[in-house]
Design a protein around this ligand. Structure first.
Ligand code: EPZ
Length: 427
């Protein structure tokens, strides 16, 4: 099994160009099922989750080709069952259901996989699909979804389209919002989605769908109105840059010291992150679209930090900030309010010398730790990236194992970091 070998202590200097956001590209690939025309998505990162999504699309009968960073899809859905092994590989398989139902009227999948960061139920997805007229049969391992059968004018049974509905999400959910948008763009009539997630990746999905001919309006800060249309046409689309990769790099500089320019960062998407970093001793400026982050590598502690749905502080940056706080000049309290079990990486971080105690949903981070190299295992995608950040700072050599977790969301993480001066290699 591959691992990263990291010798800590180097400052980071240079510039980076971000690829498209993982959490945009995945729903955009699902959206490509809603038309048989060619859809081209540019700037796609070369990461495991995207590769798995392409395997699923091919299993569904869609033509898929990859030309460098461009992914092209076209053709009909010929099979409406997601293979179990692929469905269990990642969480994103769940929001293929919305597109499959919208376009083909049927979908069957095993329960989705993904990071071990909580129970990750799909009750909000199922509840919303049922309100659009989907009949859902759940077994202990699979979900079977069908649009109701109806007879057409000459009496033949056919799958009717979904019908619009007024849906309220009891909890803000990125995936459920995406799934219901995908299911309703081709439905009969109007759908209202209330209390939707407002992540930039959702705006990206709405932007691409509208450019494909969908009619989605933002009618309130967290209300969408979707008027179903007959069909969607193809498009060439470039997703937003990955704000979590950008945020992870910024924390690396905040911990190691240095000056790094991020060439295509969408500064508006990182306000919660850059505000916290600026309070903690980084100097961050954005000019002509280029974001410069400078730091002396001595972060100040944060009395309290809590994760929240966008535009709050992102849960996908929690592990990276806890790691940074482990070397800060005091005690910080970081609470995880989105997922119920997202501190799995902390035990590994403590092997590197961090002094952290978990009390309910709060990490009490003592700070002033002198991190020392050791062998640790990535537990999930963002927790794994945080262990790499710790290794970049730790004295001596750190080995991070199970790096397939990290490869799910960071393209050649070791190359990106070594090009900035880090001493890290994949062995
Ligand atoms: C998306 O996951 C992202 N994944 C996650 O990124 C991200 O952490 C998360 O949104 C929150 O921003 C992708 O976009 C592929 P949710 P998702 O539905 O959609 C509960 C990463 O590191 N919930 O917004 O699964 C759920 O348990 C990954 O890139 C229900 O209760 O997240 C959680 O507590 C990790 N019922 C909360 O809502 C449901 O039906 C937020 O989950 C659905 C969710």
């Amino acid at each position: 099994m591959q691992k990263f070998e990291i010798v800590g202590g180097n400052r980071l200097c240079g510039c980076v160009k971000l690829k498209g956001a993982k959490n945009s590209v995945l729903p955009l690939l699902s959206a490509s099922l809603l038309t048989e025309d060619e859809v081209t998505i540019c700037e796609c990162p070369n990461i495991l989750d995207v590769e798995n999504m392409l395997k699923i699309l091919k299993e569904l009968g869609v033509k898929v080709e990859r030309d460098g960073d461009k992914i092209k899809t076209s053709g009909k859905i010929l099979n409406t069952e997601i293979p179990d092994s692929l469905a269990r590989e990642m969480r994103s398989s769940i929001f293929l259901i919305g597109s499959m139902l919208g376009k083909a009227g049927k979908a069957r999948t095993a329960y989705p996989g993904g990071c071990a960061i909580g129970r990750r139920p799909i009750d909000l997805h199922i509840k919303g699909l049922k309100e659009l007229g989907v009949s859902v049969t759940e077994s202990t391992t699979h979900i079977d979804c069908k649009t109701p059968k109806s007879k057409n004018e000459n009496g033949n049974v056919c799958t009717s389209k979904l019908h619009g509905a007024d849906i309220y999400f009891e909890k803000v959910s990125v995936g459920a919002t995406e799934n219901l948008i995908l299911a309703s763009v081709l439905a009969n009539g109007r759908t209202i989605l209330r209390n939707v997630a407002r992540e930039p990746e959702i705006c990206d999905l709405v932007r691409m769908l509208n450019a494909m001919g969908a009619q989605i309006k933002v009618v309130g800060s967290s209300i969408l109105e979707i008027t179903g249309v007959e069909s969607l046409h193809g498009i060439v689309y470039t997703p937003i840059p990955d704000r979590i990769v950008a945020g992870t790099l910024m924390v690396a500089v905040a911990m190691c010291g240095g000056e790094v320019q991020i060439l295509n960062c969408e500064a508006n998407h990182l306000k919660a992150i850059t505000t916290k970093l600026a309070n903690s001793s980084c100097n961050i400026t954005t000019r002509y679209g280029i974001t410069l982050i400078e730091s002396n590598g001595a972060p100040a502690f944060m009395r309290a930090l809590a994760t929240a749905p966008y535009p709050g502080f992102p849960t996908d940056m929690q592990a990276q900030f806890v790691t940074m706080m482990s070397i800060a000049n005091g005690t910080s309290l970081v609470s995880e309010k989105v997922f119920e079990n997202r501190f799995g990486y902390v035990e590994e971080l403590k092997k590197l010398g961090a002094d952290i105690e978990i009390v309910h949903d709060i990490a009490v981070v003592k700070g002033n730790s002198k991190l020392k190299g050791a062998t640790v295992k990535a537990t999930d995608l963002r927790g794994g990236s945080a262990l790499v950040l710790a290794g970049l700072k730790a004295e001596g050599t750190t080995y991070v194992e199970d790096i397939f977790h990290i490869d799910r969301g960071y393209e050649s993480f070791e190359i990106m970091l070594s090009e900035l001066g880090a001493n890290i290699k994949r062995i």
